[in-house]
Design a protein around this ligand. Structure first.
Ligand code: SAM
Length: 250
């Protein structure tokens, strides 16, 4: 089947990369796995050699039907749907989520999953290298932004290894990397929707001072001990949580 550009289809075919990816995931038979975008099954197959069953969410109906045909329904549940519409809260807790994600919508997928972090044990994703760099960036560096804050407030993240374009068919125009996300132990004591709004507003004007980008009452900045003449990129994820808690308490 010809890869479909609109679904960001770049199929992994390098056995060495697949082996490293499966080793990084370290599947154990009792684990509850969900794969996003199984495509032609490059990762699905070696996972199912190690585990009893897996749920896979694939938007491309033709590929979903092919995979469902290859494995028995006891072993593989193929959900033919857009992962952005998929309700992860319908699945049991302790989920291990994996995928070589479609790069064109990887950021919305990550935001979607951040809202379901409490159900997740860990996640391993192949992503565009530049996106992984933004995910793990520290504050006051050029790559730091909305994605860094929203993920770092919910997950501990490790960039595992880089992957060159030649590992995929067709090769993407960019380098890739594999990243691991593990939810932080603490249960969130803030309103996620308020945090999302504050972070979106702050980074929509990242060159402005905080006072102008996020015009809160001066008293709020005093109470949380943050200098409003700083730029949004100078605040750590914990600083954004302090602002969110203050706004919610007010
Ligand atoms: N896992 C396969 C591999 O490694 O060869 C395929 C990876 S390919 C980069 C991304 C896969 O995600 C494709 O199979 C594509 O059809 C699927 N996909 C794209 N958008 C999706 C969406 N919104 N929901 C679910 N799957 C999607």
């Amino acid at each position: 089947m010809r890869p479909r550009k609109r679904f960001g289809q770049h199929f992994l075919h390098d056995p060495g990369v697949l082996k490293r990816l499966v080793e990084a995931i370290a599947p154990v038979d009792s684990d509850i796995f969900v794969e996003i975008g199984p495509g032609e099954g490059a990762l699905t197959r070696p996972l199912l050699e190690r585990i009893g069953r897996l749920t896979a969410i694939e938007i491309d109906r033709d590929l979903a039907a092919k995979l469902a045909h290859e494995f028995s329904s006891q072993r593989l549940t193929v959900v033919s749907a857009d992962v952005l519409d998929f309700d992860f809260s319908a699945l049991p807790s302790g989920l291990r989520v994996v995928g070589n994600l479609p790069y064109n919508i990887s950021t919305p997928i990550l935001f979607h999953l951040a809202r379901h972090a409490s159900r997740v044990r860990d996640m391993h994703f192949m992503l565009q290298l530049e996106v992984v760099q933004r995910m793990v960036a520290r504050h006051s560096t050029p790559d730091y932004g909305r994605l860094s804050v929203m993920l770092q407030t919910r997950f501990k993240m490790h960039k595992l290894f880089n992957v060159a374009p030649g590992a995929f068919r067709p090769p993407p125009k960019v380098d890739s990397a594999v990243v691991r996300l593990v939810p932080l132990a603490e249960k969130p004591d803030w309103d996620q929707a308020v945090l999302e709004k504050i972070v979106r507003e702050a980074f929509s004007a990242r060159r402005k001072t905080l006072r102008n980008a996020l015009p809160l009452p001066a008293e709020d900045y005093e109470v949380v001990g943050i200098d409003p003449t700083l730029r949004p990129e100078n605040l750590s994820p914990e600083d954004y949580l302090r602002i969110t808690r203050r706004v919610c308490a007010r």
